[in-house]
Write a protein that binds this ligand. Structure first.
Ligand SMILES: [Zn+2]
Length: 75
C-alpha cells in the first residue's frame, strides 16, 4: 500500500498515511487537530503542478547522469 503525505491548513503540519490508491484523494482527517481542512501533498516528481514530471525526472529519478547507479537510461 502506498504512503501518502497530507497537509493540514489548520495546524500547518504534514502527516503520512498508508492508504490504498483509490483512497488517495478521499477526504482525510488531520491526525493532530482532527480538522478536515487537509489536502494531499503530491509526490516530489509532480511537485511543480500541472501533473507533469519535473525536468530530468522522466526516467524515474532526477540525477541527470549515468553515475548514480539508479539503473535508468540517461540518453
Ligand atoms: Zn491539523
Amino acid at each position: 500500500m502506498p504512503l501518502y503525505e497530507y497537509y493540514c491548513s489548520d495546524c500547518r503540519t504534514t502527516f503520512d498515511t498508508l492508504r490504498s490508491m483509490d483512497k488517495a484523494d478521499a477526504p482525510i482527517t488531520c491526525e493532530k487537530c482532527e480538522s478536515r481542512h487537509t489536502a494531499r501533498v503530491l509526490s516530489v516528481f509532480f511537485a511543480h503542478g500541472e501533473g507533469k514530471p519535473v525536468a530530468g525526472a522522466s526516467g524515474g529519478c532526477a540525477c541527470g547522469n549515468g553515475a548514480c547507479g539508479c539503473g535508468h537510461s540517461h540518453n
